[in-house]
Design a protein around this ligand. Structure first.
Ligand SMILES: [Zn+2]
Length: 200
């Protein structure tokens, strides 16, 4: 039989297409593979076969899980290390800021003490120069010194009153020879201070 070249070409094309279909369908190809566990060669048609038997597959799964756990543990340890490091950093920051805060407060206290001392010194200076209000400030409450200064201050400002008026404290006139003594004891007895002006 003599086929024309056209027919021969046609038949060749059909054969090529059949072969292509076989390839695409994944016709069973038996391969020899080395088992990942026992390293024995075995034959398989499966594309991704790695293990020769169920035992080796189980062992492979076990190793895979172990590896995963190891990595997980490593990540956990890493996470804890990072957390501890962050905590240490935060503590360091807190220590520094607490120290800074303490220093600032100490400085403020020192400044307040300094201002207080300056005010006291100024008051003492005024008292030495005979300033009765300064003497009153410096004297103990309800002391003779306080009422002496009070009387002297009242005598000083009397000149500024338009009418002749006199200051009384607990019925004691500032012109009383024993003004301070009497006022101190009356306050102690009565527990009150009545201060008023009387027109002479
Ligand atoms: Zn095996």
């Amino acid at each position: 039989m003599i086929y024309s070249p056209l027919i021969r070409l046609y038949v060749a094309k059909i054969l090529i297409n059949i072969f292509k279909i076989y390839l695409l369908k994944g016709v069973d190809v038996i391969r020899t593979v080395i088992c990942e566990i026992c390293e024995k060669p075995f034959e398989t048609s499966a594309r991704n076969a790695k293990y020769c038997s169920d035992e080796c597959r189980d062992e492979g799964a076990r190793l895979k899980r172990e590896k995963w756990e190891e990595e997980t543990n490593y990540n956990e340890r890493q996470r804890r290390r990072m957390a501890e490091q962050r905590k240490a950093e935060q503590e360091a920051i807190r220590r520094v800021s607490t120290e800074a805060h303490r220093k600032k407060r100490k400085r403020q206290e020192q400044e307040a003490d300094k201002r207080k001392e300056e005010r006291l010194n100024a008051l003492k200076q005024r008292a030495e120069q005979g300033d009765n209000l300064a003497l009153m400030h410096l004297a103990e409450p309800n002391s003779y010194e306080y009422w002496e200064a009070f009387r002297d201050y009242e005598l000083e400002i009397m000149a500024e009153y338009e009418k002749p008026i006199v200051r009384y404290v607990n019925d004691v006139s500032i012109f009383d020879d024993n003004f301070s003594e009497k006022v101190v004891s009356s306050i102690k007895e009565q527990g009150i201070i009545k201060s008023y002006l009387i027109t002479e």
